[in-house]
Design a protein around this ligand. Structure first.
Ligand SMILES: [Zn+2]
Ligand SMILES: [Zn+2]
Length: 340
């Protein structure tokens, strides 16, 4: 029975409204895809259904790798999560630092009406989470060691809602730590300024803004249904087609659309690419990335080997620089002795 509970636990995200793959959100995503195909793409009912549940996508070798990585990562998460920094630990540390600081704002805004505080807190939590996701995602593409890790996600050649779990465990640890720091900091600052009036507007236990993101088809970002928004809206919110474009190997799409829910970060920092209606985008890694897309072993161990090689090369460079510096004074000393 205990084993059965553990196996069921691996799939608990499908029954958890805090997770993107909650069955309710998946069902709504299917409905949105269906309406998009019927109403905007003018396809027949039969074609729409065949397109949404395309066997070539869901049973591709890339998707099979996604499913295996999903299971392995769920097992890994069970072991690693008790060791990770939690929101509560960060919130407590920042709160104590604020209370002990010279700032005299402890409870300074306790008189502000509760609905306003709750609205501001809900928005701040959402913005902090979304902005730090943008930043970390951008760094994942820009820094070679982080790109080695993030390549596992980009090696997917077909996209399904499970591709969101296709990440190296190290990326999972980095994202969990980012989440703890971002949300823990917002919680502590709000408690420091507003006291006990702080609360979240929630639906089914989820921040209302996160809930809206999920019920409007967040799962379609990792899918082959290229839903586009009007051009102006794609400057504010990332459409499914825009995230699919982030996965495209076309050169003009490279290093674009790092945003999760909001596109404003990409717009402000110059990495926005609105969807261009391009059909049949090819997903995956460029030929020169040398990262076989469908092997489970390479997915887990190639990033580690690449980071090890990079560290060795960096240490080698630093050591030879240090040696040169140490040698220089001796050289000068020998010259001086010779002159004397
Ligand atoms: Zn990426
Ligand atoms: Zn993705």
């Amino acid at each position: 029975m205990e084993y059965l509970d553990q196996i069921i636990g691996l799939f608990s995200d499908f029954s958890n409204p805090k997770k993107r793959v909650f069955v309710g959100y998946l069902g709504l995503s299917v409905l949105i895809a269906f309406l998009w195909l019927i109403l905007f793409q003018k396809t027949s009912l039969r074609t729409a259904l065949a397109r949404i549940f395309d066997r070539k996508v869901f049973f591709s070798s890339s998707a099979m790798t996604d499913y295996k990585i999903f299971l392995i990562n769920r097992i890994f998460t069970g072991f690693i999560s008790p060791l990770l920094l939690t929101q509560v630990a960060i919130a407590t540390a920042v709160y104590m630092a604020l209370v002990r600081s010279d700032l005299t704002l402890w409870g300074a805004y306790e008189h502000v009406s509760k609905p306003l505080v709750v609205a501001m807190f809900s928005v701040a939590m959402f913005l902090a989470d979304d902005f730090t996701k943008y930043l970390m995602h951008r760094w994942m593409h820009r820094w070679p060691a982080l790109w080695s890790i993030h390549k596992v996600h980009h090696a997917a050649e077909t996209l399904t809602p499970i591709t969101v779990y296709r990440i190296h465990p190290l990326e999972g640890v980095l994202y969990a730590s980012r989440n703890a720091v971002a949300q823990g900091s917002v919680i502590s600052v709000f408690y420091y300024l507003f006291g006990n009036t702080v609360d979240l507007y929630t639906v089914v236990g989820v921040n209302v803004l996160v809930f809206v993101f999920h019920v409007t088809g967040s799962n379609l970002r990792h899918s082959h249904i290229d839903i586009r928004y009007p051009r102006w809206l794609e400057h504010v919110l990332i459409s499914p087609a825009q995230h699919q474009l982030h996965h495209s190997i076309a050169e003009e799409h490279y290093d674009k659309n790092y945003g999760a829910a909001l596109a404003v970060w990409d717009w402000v920092f110059g990495s926005l690419h609105v969807s261009d209606g391009q059909k049949d985008m090819k997903f995956g890694l460029r030929d020169d990335e040398k990262h076989p897309a469908t092997s489970l072993l390479t997915a887990y161990f190639t990033p580690l080997r690449e980071i090890y090689d990079m560290s060795r090369a960096t240490i080698g460079r630093l050591t030879s620089k240090a040696r040169q510096r140490l040698r220089l004074p001796r050289h000068h000393a020998a010259e001086r002795d010779a002159q004397n």
